[in-house]
Design a binder for this molecule. Structure first.
Ligand code: ATP
Ligand code: MG
Length: 361
């Protein structure tokens, strides 16, 4: 259960590119919230400088004993990893997955909605029309890292990328996704697979879904092939509520979801250990965005929404709702960064949200 002490130790890891800028802004907002609440909840922030810079110097992202230090926190507030001069698969496996996997953050949750004051590229879609939660399997599947290459560089080279699906992992994720669906108003879940073409793992997904669905008689389930799902997201967005899919499928669907909601700069993602044995990790979905790094124009809204999701997971539901309301108020007032068609910079949006927070208590 979430802690009842209302005092939280947060590991802050901005990492690469705009990561430190947006995490810095997020910390400011969280501090403003704690202050405005009169100390009803408190944070102890500890900075971690693990990044592609430290990798280039030391040959590793995570120093010896680093994971044990991380495990002592209540949550990890993460920016973005990835640098132009480090191959993406090295940085991703070196830091993000190197945290998610040992800390058993097996569920990745991505809420999507059209925030007030922002625009969706979908014709006629307005605030409220799109309100989804995508639950992604975060521990195995297509990103299990299994496979290999032989005869490298030869015309007859072969490479295998093996997907691993275990009943245990699919079942725990499926149950968690149904629990999320059950807590939402619509109580509706779409189980996404590709079980017509992939006849082993995906068929097992369908079987596990049918089995878990029996435990949740109040949740309505439908099934969709992933290709058809992309069409449905664009053509019938209101028919969707909670979505559960594999590591690869949900990765792709959630980027589509972010784009349909208006900008990659606004959306959060949570890497959760639903057993709460380990700290969970919260991050904006966007990457390190080196094209705008250091310019002070990064959209911090994705990180603010991330902070709200972190508050919710820690048990501070009221504060989470309040923060979301403040974010939407600021966006609704047209205080938007360039990616959302506005002219405000990171600092201006951050100050506006802090001000709204102070007024809301
Ligand atoms: P990664 O390789 O980790 O995905 P990336 O550098 O490709 O990272 P993305 O996050 O995928 O960056 O973003 C693609 C583009 O969207 C960026 O280059 C940037 O122009 C824009 N962008 C991303 N995040 C933000 C943000 N928070 N504010 C403003 N623009 C953003
Ligand atoms: Mg990218």
């Amino acid at each position: 259960a979430p802690s009842s002490k209302h005092e939280y130790s947060i590991a802050c890891m901005g990492a690469d590119g705009i990561g430190p800028e947006v995490i810095g802004a997020g910390v400011e907002v969280l501090k403003a919230m704690s202050e405005a609440s009169g100390g009803a909840f408190k944070f102890h922030f500890e900075d971690y400088d693990w990044s592609s810079e430290t990798y280039k110097k030391l040959g590793k992202y995570i120093p010896d004993g680093g994971l044990d230090r991380l495990k002592k926190h209540d949550a990890i507030f993460f920016g973005a990893v990835g640098a132009p001069d480090v191959p993406d698969h090295i940085s991703l496996w070196g830091l993000r997955l190197a945290i998610c996997q040992p800390l058993q953050q097996y569920a990745n949750v991505r809420p999507t909605k059209i925030l007030r004051g922002t625009e969706s590229p979908l014709r006629n879609a307005k605030t409220g029309d799109l309100d989804w939660v995508i639950v992604r399997e975060n521990s195995e599947g297509e990103y299990a890292g299994q496979g290999g290459r032989s005869h490298q560089g030869q015309p007859w080279e072969t490479a295998t990328e093996v997907s691993i699906f275990t009943r245990h992992c699919v079942e725990r994720l499926m149950r968690f996704a149904f629990e999320i669906a059950q807590k939402r108003e619509r109580k509706h879940i779409t189980v996404v697979t590709k079980s017509n073409a992939q006849r082993n793992g995906m068929v097992m997904w369908d079987e596990v879904a049918a089995q878990v669905a029996k435990e949740f008689p109040d949740v309505e389930m439908d099934k969709m092939l992933v290709d058809a799902m992309t069409c449905r997201m664009v053509l019938q967005p209101k028919s969707i509520d909670t979505v559960v899919a594999t590591n690869l499928h949900a990765d792709i669907l959630s980027d589509l979801a972010a784009a349909l909601a208006g900008s990659i700069g606004i959306a959060p993602t949570s890497n959760l250990d639903p057993t709460r044995q380990h700290p969970s990790m919260f991050e904006p979905i966007h990457g390190s965005a080196f094209d705008i790094t250091g310019k002070g124009v990064a959209n911090p809204v994705g990180t603010f929404w991330t902070a709200a999701e972190m508050l919710r997971w820690l048990g501070e539901e009221t504060a989470a709702d309040k923060l979301m309301e403040c974010i939407e108020e600021v966006c609704g007032n047209g205080i938007l960064t360039r990616d959302l068609g506005g002219t405000a910079n990171t600092k201006e949006v951050t100050e506006a949200v802090c001000e709204a927070v102070r007024k809301s208590y």
